[in-house]
Design a binder for this molecule. Structure first.
Ligand SMILES: [Zn+2]
Length: 132
C-alpha cells in the first residue's frame, strides 16, 4: 500500500463494491453482525486458541484518586499476546465492520474524512472529557 491511501478512497471503494446489501436495513444489520463477529474473534482468541487470557476484575481505585491519575489504575484485562492467526482474524473482522460503517455513511452521504477530522478536533480540544 502506498502512502497516499485515504479514508476517502476506502469510502468510494465501499460504495463501488456494495451491491447486494444496499438497503439501509441490510446495512444496519450488517453493522451489528460484523460488530458481533469482532467480539467473537477476540473471545475465541482466549477460549479457542488460548494465545491470550482475559482476566477481568474490578479495579482497586483509591477513593481520593484524581481524574488525571485514574488511567494508571485501569487495565485492559488482557494477558499475553495475540498469535499471528488471531491477530489477522481480529483485524479482518474489524475491517469488515468498518466496511459496513462506511456503507452506512455512504447511505446518508456523510464524508468520513470530514467526520473523523471533526471528531479529531473535538478530542484534541476536550481530551478525555470529550468522550461520550
Ligand atoms: Zn491465537
Amino acid at each position: 500500500m502506498d502512502g497516499n491511501f485515504s479514508l476517502k478512497e476506502f469510502q468510494e471503494l465501499v460504495d463501488d463494491v456494495l451491491i447486494r446489501h444496499k438497503s439501509i436495513l441490510d446495512i444496519l444489520s450488517k453493522v451489528q453482525e460484523s460488530s458481533a463477529r469482532v467480539n467473537r474473534s477476540v473471545a475465541k482468541a482466549s477460549t479457542n486458541c488460548g494465545c491470550i487470557k482475559i482476566h477481568a476484575e474490578k479495579p482497586d481505585i483509591p477513593d481520593d484518586v484524581t481524574f488525571s491519575k485514574l488511567k494508571s489504575y485501569m487495565s485492559n484485562h488482557v494477558e499475553g499476546d495475540l498469535c499471528h492467526t488471531c491477530e489477522e482474524k481480529i483485524k479482518q473482522e474489524i475491517s469488515n465492520n468498518l466496511f459496513y460503517l462506511f456503507a452506512l455513511c455512504n447511505n446518508f452521504e456523510f464524508d468520513v474524512e470530514e467526520m473523523t477530522e471533526e471528531y479529531y478536533k473535538q478530542l484534541k480540544l476536550l481530551g478525555k472529557y470529550g468522550l461520550l
